[in-house]
Structures are given as structure tokens and as C-alpha cells.
Ligand binder design. Structure first.
Ligand code: SAJ
Length: 420
């Protein structure tokens, strides 16, 4: 099938790169977002998020007239929904953004158009979306129950790109495509082949939904294993990083790296979608979430212990004399994204608990987040190491690696990433 006019609902970390990618292949693309600031920024050829190479591709697409942003969808050959699916207070998935996007596109649907859901979703969401669309458009037929002759085609195709490498991974990664009918899957493959060099593998929608949740849960469980090991090894006086490097020499062992916790909008969220739909059976998956969520508290306690030990070693010292430097605020290395960052959580806790000065080093930002202003100071690495008594290394940013040991020989180090 040929798709010349494509609408992308949601212009965030996934929607905007995807829209730009179609536009770079000379497809006419309409990007829709409820955030007017994002819409205006994109229409001026700029971007409102940080992702390497995205700015160039968006600028070219807008300048050449292939990409336009707006707040309301209109008729299209294909609609892609890439809106957030957060969870609510009780870890239940919040599908309200998908429902709102479905309602918004319903009036613009026409015979033979294709609707694709890309948002990470609990199993059964694509069927729900089809039912919402069917309710809004009784004049059209939908592939509910696998109808191969439906007017509208519907498929689920999860995004699986790694922040920081989105533009490359969008092209290279394989895609899992789960149509509600075979015809829907074939149409979705045709659409993605516009820019995807990886394989487009067809399955049903429920399996595709579960596949995305499984990928991120797999990583979460594996990180939890490493984090649990790190806490065990701390008590047993074993260097966990040496241990993991040695165990990984076994041909069938491949342990991930412990850290200060698991952050971001994906790995720390998606496993809960499995837990909330199968609470009786999803034991390892739930426990992994709990272990990874516990790790930041463990780091704060360790930092506290170091302060206490310093005071015992030197009774003349007062808590307020001790300077703590927190290295890294981002949720992972070499990005500026502080959303759901365990490093940020830990830093805030340390600031709250510690009576002395707290210094922050985060080379990827130029200004402290508003709620930290006045409570701590943003430093460059070298003066931070010179001024502090305790260093809590939270993120393995490039700039923190391969330092000369003499730079931190006088400070007590809590290295949560094992790079020092
Ligand atoms: N982390 C560790 N130890 C490790 C690896 C990661 O502590 O060995 C931590 C990171 O520091 C970070 C968190 O885990 O706080 C998540 O980082 P990440 O790089 O593992 O993943 P994300 O959240 O940036 O992207 C993930 C990817 N999923 C998988 O690798 C299975 C990406 O491919 C998905 O597209 C993305 O989630 C998503 O959007 O779902």
C-alpha cells in the first residue's frame, strides 16, 4: 500500500523522530501535539527535546515543507499514535492519552486508512483502541475479531529505540508488527519499510504488546540481579564489579551493571503493566521493580554511614563542616534527561538530610533544576573534588571516567557505578 500523507499523534521523544524520519523520506507528515509550545518550536524548524541529530533532520523536513506541526489532526492515509502511557498511583496503566488521541483522530478516519499504536501498552490496548474508534465512527468497519475486510486497518508496533541513539536505531532496529488483521499487518509493514532497514516481523497485536513489555522487563530483572548482588557483596566485602567481570567470563553468563537505581520513563514503568494485569503470577518481575526502586534508598543510607564514620574518626569535626559532592543527576550516562532519575532522587535526599554543603556536578546541564536552586551549588568536576570530603558518584558520564586517582585520593568515595 502507498501512504503519502501520514499523521503522527504526539511529538515527544518517539513521535517527533518518527515523524521526521517519514518526512526525510519525502512523505508529507502532519505532527500533532496538544503542547502549543512544541508545535510552534517545530514549525520554526527547531526542536523542544534533546536527541542527537534530530535537530538537523527536523530542520530540513520543515524547511523543505514535508513536516508540519499542528494541534488538531485532519484526514490522512495513516495515523501513528505515540503518546505517553504513564501509570497511576497504584501502578495501574493510565490509557487516558491513548483514548484522547483515538477520539481526536476518529472524525478524520476514512476508508482504507491505517491506524498504528506505538505507545507502550498493556496487552489488549490495541483492541480497546479499535473499540473506541468503532464507537466514534459507526459508519466505518474496524478489524475487531480479525475482520479482513474492514474499512480501517489497525496494528500495534512498539517503539524500541534507545534514547541518545534514536535516529540510528529507528532505521536499524527490527520492528515487531501486530495487526488486528493480516491485511492491517501487511499495510503496517509497507508503511515502516519507508525508512526501516531492519526486519519487520509480523505477529498478532497482543503478542506485539507483550513483546515490548517483555523486553523492558527482561532488562529490569537483569539490572535488579546486578543491584541485588551489589548489596550482598557490600556486606560480604567483595568487589561486585570485579565479581561480575569474572562471572561474565563464563560463556553463558552475561550480568548487567549495578548502579544507583533504574530511571527513565520506560524500564521503571513498563514492568508494572505486566504486574498489574497478572498480579498473582508476575513475581520475579514485581520483585525486580522493588529491588531497583530500593537501591536509591540504600545509596542514601550508605552516604549517611560514611558521614557518621567520619564524625567517629574525627570527634572534633561537625556534620556541617562536611562537604558532599554528588556526581551526576541524569537518569543515565551522557544525556541531560533528569526525568525519573534515581541520581536526582538521591541528591535531593542527601541535601535534605545533610547539614553541611552539597555540591553537584552534572556536565550535561547549565542550570540547576528549579527545586534545587539555593539548596546546593552546580560545580565543575575539578573544583568539586578539591572542595569535598565525600564524593557520591551516581552517573557514569564520560567526563567522570579515566581520572587520575590523585584527583580524589583525599576524599571518601561512594562509587555506585564502579568506574573509580
Ligand atoms: N541501567 C543500569 N545498569 C545497566 C543498564 C542500565 O543500572 O546495566 C540503568 C540506567 O542507568 C538507567 C536505566 O537502567 O537508569 C534505564 O536505562 P537503559 O539504557 O537500560 O534504557 P532506557 O530506559 O534508556 O531505554 C529502554 C531500552 N530498552 C531495552 O534496552 C530493553 C530501549 O530500547 C527502549 O526503547 C526504551 O527503554 C523504551 O522506550 O521503552
Amino acid at each position: 500500500m502507498e501512504f503519502n500523507l501520514i499523521t503522527v499523534m504526539g511529538l515527544g521523544y518517539i513521535g517527533l523522530p518518527t515523524a521526521a524520519m517519514f518526512a526525510s523520506r519525502k512523505k508529507e507528515v502532519i505532527g500533532v501535539d496538544i503542547n502549543e509550545h512544541a508545535v510552534n518550536t517545530i514549525n520554526s524548524g527547531k526542536i523542544h527535546i534533546v536527541e542527537p541529530e534530530l535537530d538537523m533532520v527536523v530542520h530540513a523536513a520543515v524547511t523543505e515543507g514535508y513536516l508540519k506541526a499542528t494541534t488538531k489532526p485532519s484526514e490522512s492515509d495513516a495515523f501513528l499514535i505515540a503518546v505517553p502511557t504513564p501509570f497511576k498511583g497504584d501502578h495501574e496503566p493510565d490509557l487516558s492519552y491513548i483514548k484522547a488521541a483515538s477520539k481526536a483522530i476518529a472524525p478524520a478516519l476514512k476508508k482504507d486508512c491505517l491506524v498504528i499504536l506505538e505507545s507502550t501498552s498493556p496487552v489488549g490496548t490495541t483492541e480497546k483502541m479499535a473499540a473506541w474508534l468503532a464507537e466514534a465512527r459507526p459508519d466505518l468497519t474496524f478489524p475487531l475479531g480479525g475482520d479482513e475486510n474492514s474499512d480501517v486497518l489497525i496494528a500495534y508496533c512498539p517503539e524500541r529505540v534507545l534514547p541518545g541513539h534514536v535516529m540510528r536505531e529507528l532505521i536499524e532496529n527490527d520492528r515487531i508488527i501486530g495487526g488486528l488483521s493480516k491485511k492491517s499487518s501487511t499495510a503496517a509493514v509497507d508503511l515502516y519499510k519507508t525508512f526501516v532497514d531492519g526486519e519487520c516481523i509480523v505477529t498478532n497485536a497482543r503478542t506485539a504488546e507483550m513483546c515490548k513489555l517483555t523486553e523492558n522487563s527482561f532488562r529490569d530483572v537483569n539490572i535488579a540481579f546486578a543491584n541485588e548482588l551489589s548489596m550482598i557483596c557490600d556486606k560480604q566485602d567483595v568487589n561486585v564489579w570485579e565479581l561480575i567481570a569474572l562471572a561474565n567470563r563464563h560463556p553463558r553468563v552475561d550480568i548487567l551493571q549495578p548502579g544507583c537505581g533504574v530511571g527513565g520513563h520506560c524500564i521503571a514503568v513498563d514492568p508494572w503493566f505486566i504486574v498489574s494485569s497478572s498480579p498473582e503470577d508476575a513475581n520475579i518481575i514485581r520483585m525486580a521493580r522493588e529491588i531497583n526502586d530500593k537501591k536509591p534508598k540504600w545509596v542514601v543510607e550508605k552516604a549517611n554511614e560514611i558521614v557518621k564514620n567520619k564524625l567517629i574518626e574525627n570527634p572534633a569535626l561537625k556534620t556541617e563542616d562536611i562537604v558532599i559532592a554528588c556526581l551526576g543527576l541524569a537518569f543515565k550516562p551522557d544525556i541531560d534527561d533528569l526525568r525519573e532519575s534515581p541520581a536526582l532522587m538521591i541528591t535531593k535526599e542527601i541535601i535534605e538530610k545533610h547539614a553541611g554543603k552539597v555540591i553537584i556536578v552534572e556536565p550535561n546541564i547549565t542550570k540547576l533544576p528549579q527545586d534545587l536552586e539555593g539548596k546546593c551549588e552546580l560545580y565543575e568536576l575539578v573544583p568539586a573534588l578539591a572542595e569535598s570530603d565525600i564524593v557520591v558518584l551516581l552517573v557514569d558520564h564520560k567526563g567522570f571516567k579515566n581520572l587520575d586517582k590523585s584527583m580524589y585520593s583525599d576524599v571518601k568515595v561512594l562509587d555506585t557505578r564502579g568506574i573509580w
